[in-house]
Design a protein around this ligand. Structure first.
Ligand code: DGJ
Length: 658
């Protein structure tokens, strides 16, 4: 405890012995009650009360005052973990303990700072429940989930950045003085940055040194700030304050989404493995936590057909897929009423009988007869201006009164902050799933939000809409996965624009990127692996020249990338000869044989594909060391032309040595 009841943050590092003495921080002059708050390492930082670093909380009381300074009230520890209302989180279970520290501000805001410790996984989660204990309403303008103060240290920041088709390329740089931040104001995390960061020292390597990793369990607007100031470094993670304000009536609470933290003193590799293990065993839907349980090898129709197909063509593709011993056929975009390009039909989730004369159940039956299960693509949050849904409910799409709504990819976004809109889409999806024994659903989301305005909420509550939207997405995914627990849900957002721990609570896999070029994929998947395990990375073997980059890479390199992820296919196999199809079978068989190791093993990054472009190598090893799969992809060929990316560096063609 610091001066005047301020709860100090004094330590986050190697595990301490059970009988460790209380830790004091040398920076805190306990004898001086007037100590300058700017220097105090705080557990929850307020604002307007002389802590002038970036705050965790910005609020406004009814009298217009904006000060918040939190002091200790009480603490409780208990076994287990309470469910966060409507929000994803690392799950409760054996060996889980929670500490709730109640802090209060003199103006009437109380904050329950809640830590849950996963001892086996060496992971800590933290959230804050903000409650108005006063007699008047108050408004939160910033309500972070995590703030963490470090003693002054020369830390480096690692972020995952990119763009469409080049998501999650790592960038590592020493912290400059001042605030560095990443975030999103797009309504989804977006392609540009991922909501997970690491801090480490200059000499931290893959296998040595300290690293602190932080992942946000959230799928909407977020802000991660790291400030380097005279008192040390501060990290703040939470919902982005942009367009966020949330008024709490007396007695009301707001629960901030969860942040997950990992510490490693064995380099970035161990930090990643701890995240991977915790995500696999504590975050994924329970049904998919067993890494020994087979996952279907699928073929997706998108790069094989795009919008140009009929049932005959689909069944030919399915027959070829069966010859390659593939398990499941995913019908991607283009299957519903009038959808022949991006100009129409989103929201009308009924089969186009010109393409599918017997509807989805008919196609499903034919696929089943061929020995394949069926999966389907949907984009539940989207609505085309040219759709029956829009003609019936134009007000369901986001639009600001008096402004022309903005089309991106010729579509609007449904206002999922409105329960009746979520209900309407749920009814359509439920009808499909009731009528057709689908085993897999791909949930896509192909644009960022704009013109965000809820036609039903009063003016003063419009700052709730972005967050309520995300809650609506979670609610629909909850319904789908609860009513259809056997359904394998794969999230996707124009490739990998919503690749986060929030989505992984509902779907055990997320499409990594629309770029399936092996060389690009190695970089994307390497970056993704800093926090997320391979078993969640949607990865498909595709054709050459690659549809995204035009590059030609070897089949072995493409296989290495796909096998390290969820392993599927996305190409027109009807163009393959019988021999070529037969040549795919050993890979499928190899995946089946070693799938438990590939999904559940520990990743060791051996050669980083960036920045020298000399190759990449990685190993997936059983925890007990009994077996390991090693992949090595070497430099090869020439004629590569890299795709544009904000951090584009030399891209090299890869040739697999496996
Ligand atoms: C974007 C996805 O990332 C692709 O895989 C594909 O499903 C298209 N959308 C379909 O419109």
């Amino acid at each position: 405890m610091g001066p005047e009841g301020v709860l100090l943050h004094t330590y986050y590092g190697p595990r301490l012995p059970d009988n460790a003495p209380a830790l004091a921080d040398g920076r805190v002059p306990h004898s001086d009650p007037g100590c300058w708050p700017d220097l105090l390492p705080q557990e929850l930082s307020g604002s307007g009360t002389a802590d002038n670093r970036t705050p965790a909380v910005v609020l406004e009381y009814a009298d217009g005052t904006e000060a918040a300074a939190f002091v200790f009230d009480r603490a409780e520890a208990h076994v287990g973990k309470p469910q966060l209302p409507g929000l994803p989180m690392f799950r409760d279970g054996n060996g889980v303990e929670t500490l709730s520290v109640f802090l209060k501000d003199a103006g009437g805001l109380s904050a329950e700072v809640r830590y849950t410790v996963y001892e086996t996984e060496d992971l800590i989660t933290r959230t804050v429940v903000y409650t108005n204990t006063g007699a008047e309403p108050l408004t939160l303008h910033k309500a972070a989930s995590l703030s963490l103060d470090f003693t002054p240290d020369a830390l480096e920041l690692i972020t995952l950045n990119g763009t469409w088709a080049a998501e999650r390329t790592p960038e590592r740089a020493p912290l400059r003085c001042g605030i560095q931040s990443i975030g999103s104001m797009r309504g989804i995390p977006g392609h540009a940055h991922n909501p997970a960061v690491a801090l480490c020292h200059a000499d931290t390597t893959e296998t040595t040194g300290e690293a602190w990793g932080f992942a946000f369990v959230y799928s909407g607007n977020y802000l991660i700030e790291v400030e380097r100031a005279d008192a040390g470094e501060r990290l703040v993670m939470g919902i982005h304050p942009y367009h966020f304000h949330w008024t709490l009536a007396p007695g009301e609470s707001f629960t901030a989404p969860e942040a997950a933290m990992v510490y490693s003193d064995q380099g970035l590799g161990e930090m990643s493995r701890r995240f991977h293990n915790a995500i696999r065993t504590r975050l994924l839907p329970p049904r998919w936590q067993d890494m020994t349980a087979p996952r279907p090898v699928l073929i997706n129709s998108w790069e094989a057909c795009y919008f140009d197909f009929d049932e005959k063509k689909l069944l030919e593709l399915a027959q070829a897929a069966k010859q390659a011993d593939i398990d499941l056929f995913v019908l991607d975009d283009g299957w519903f009423k009038g959808r022949n390009d991006t100009s129409s039909s989103l929201g009308d989730w009924v089969a186009d009988t010109r393409k599918l004369p017997d509807g989805l159940p008919g196609l499903c039956k034919k696929l089943n007869l061929l020995g394949l299960e069926m999966g389907l693509w949907v984009e539940p949050e989207a609505i085309s201006p040219n759709s029956d849904l829009y003609r019936a409910h134009p007000d369901w799409a986001f639009a600001i009164p008096g402004r022309t709504p903005l089309e991106i990819r010729q579509q609007y976004t449904l206002d999922f902050s409105r329960p009746e809109v979520v209900d309407g889409i749920w009814q359509q999806l439920d009808t499909i799933l009731e009528s057709c024994p689908l085993k897999y659903l791909k949930w896509d989301m192909n644009r960022s939000l704009a013109h965000v305005y809820n036609a039903k909420l009063p003016a003063k509550r419009q700052g709730e809409v972005y967050h309520r939207y995300v809650m609506g997405v979670y609610e629909l995914q909850r319904r789908l996965t609860e009513k259809y627990p056997g359904l394998l849900l794969e999230n996707c957002a124009g490739g990998g624009a919503r690749f986060d721990c929030g989505m992984l609570y509902y779907s055990p896999q997320i499409w990594c990127s629309d770029n399936t070029d092996a060389r690009s994929r190695l970089v994307i998947q390497y970056g993704t692996s800093l926090f997320y395990p391979g078993c969640v990375m949607g990865a498909h073997f595709s054709t050459v020249p690659n549809h995204c980059t035009g590059h030609i890479s070897t089949p072995e390199a493409r296989m290495a990338a796909a096998l390290t992820g969820t392993f599927g296919f996305e190409l027109d196999l009807t163009k393959y000869t019988e021999e070529e199809l037969a040549a795919l079978r050993p890979y499928v068989a190899w995946y089946r044989k070693h799938g438990a190791l590939l999904r559940g093993g520990e990743l060791h990054r051996l050669v980083d594909p960036e920045p020298n472009g000399l190759g990449a190598a990685w190993m997936i090893a059983a925890k007990d060391g009994s077996e390991a799969a090693v992949f090595a992809v070497g430099d090869a060929l020439s004629g590569a032309h890299g795709i544009a990316s904000p951090n584009s560096r030399t891209r090299t063609l890869w040739k697999a040595l496996v």
